[in-house]
Design a protein. Structure first.
Ligand SMILES: Cc1cc2nc3c(=O)[nH]c(=O)nc-3n(C[C@H](O)[C@H](O)[C@H](O)COP(=O)(O)OP(=O)(O)OC[C@H]3O[C@@H](n4cnc5c(N)ncnc54)[C@H](O)[C@@H]3O)c2cc1C
Length: 288
């Protein structure tokens, strides 16, 4: 499967990894857990650059928020007490749904994002939480909002750079709620639709802050900005949830494939939005 690969590198530092990626150019491919690289078996790969020895497998405080290193595995995120507590555990919940136990022990957060599948599960709560992707290149490190990171199916703005970590700011406090929803054919299947939502309510039950992100319903993980605007400033009730769900379904750009039809995905997008918003409302102490 990889008989065309001429070199396998194990750099010991980020600058060394960056230098190797530049030297080897288009034929070089980063490998972390390998769960996507192996399946894709791209015959253009000439050199693999294994980044698992760079010490990027951390989950640590970053000011008031958190930093997750690119090679933190899905298992470590799913089992992290800090991630289970942060934002109602939506990052941990998404990591816990990523494939099987064996897969989660190998698959990394950085690989999930850099692979840029529209169905990348970790991307959805991270988008809802306004995360920043930090990349290292020849000119040093640069952060970019995750909303600008994905540029198309399998495409990112990394442009040959190394994804080093993801920074997650502290979300609003007070009357808040967060929810991650995933619909797949079985427990270990890739998402047919995935969705994350976050809400903050004021003392009168009006929406002060709203975030909705959705996966597997467009060319890349998407923010449902019209649905968020539908919610902003209004008192949260079932009518408003229905309007936001309809807006999210309209914003979705699903395709039909072997897993589901576009129509089904669009309907489920609305259903998961409503389900997620009800869960957020409950956490925020709002009885609908
Ligand atoms: C059976 C199966 C089930 C799966 N189920 C799910 C699922 O339920 N949900 C889901 O979201 N995904 C799923 N996946 C996809 C995959 O496991 C995840 O996307 C995983 O997180 C990829 O991480 P990795 O470390 O294995 O990436 P790798 O395979 O090592 O790399 C993936 C891509 O990202 C690039 N890359 C990796 N790390 C970096 C970095 N730090 N900087 C720059 N580029 C980088 C690589 O060059 C490659 O192009 C599944 C895959 C399989 C095979």
């Amino acid at each position: 499967m990889f008989d065309h690969v001429e070199a396998f590198h194990r750099p010991r530092s980020i600058p060394e990894a960056v230098r190797l990626l530049r030297l080897k150019g288009r034929g070089a491919r980063v490998v972390a857990g390998g769960t996507d690289v192996i399946v894709q078996a791209d015959r253009e790969i000439r050199a693999l650059v294994d980044i698992t020895g760079l010490g990027l497998d951390y989950i640590r405080k970053n000011g008031d928020g958190w930093a997750i290193g690119a090679t933190a595995t899905m298992s470590s995120v799913a089992n992290s007490a800090a991630m289970r507590a942060f934002a109602a555990g939506i990052i941990a919940a998404a990591a816990a749904t990523c494939g099987s136990v064996q897969l989660r022990n190998m698959a990394t957060v950085g690989g999930n994002l850099a692979n840029a599948s529209p169905a990348a599960d970790l991307a959805i709560p991270l988008l809802a939480l306004d995360a920043t992707a930090v990349a290292a290149g020849e000119r040093g490190r640069r952060g970019m909002p995750l909303a600008d990171f994905f540029t198309g199916p399998g495409k990112t703005s990394l442009d040959g750079r190394l994804l080093v970590e993801v920074l997650i700011p502290l979300p609003p406090r007070g009357r808040t709620g967060w929810s991650f929803q995933k619909l797949g054919r079985t427990e270990v299947d890739i998402s047919l639709v995935s969705l994350a939502a976050g809400l903050q309510l004021d003392a009168k039950g009006r929406v002060k802050f709203a975030r909705i992100a959705m996966g597997a319903v467009g060319p890349m993980p998407l923010r449902a900005r019209a649905a968020e605007q539908t919610l902003a400033g209004h008192a949260l009730d079932e009518n408003l949830i229905g309007a936001a769900a309809a807006a999210a379904a309209r914003e979705a750009q699903p395709i039909s494939d072997l897993r589901a039809s576009a129509e089904y995905r669009r309907d489920m997008c609305g259903a998961l939005t409503a389900r997620a918003l009800r869960e957020c409302a409950r956490q925020a102490g709002c009885s609908l």
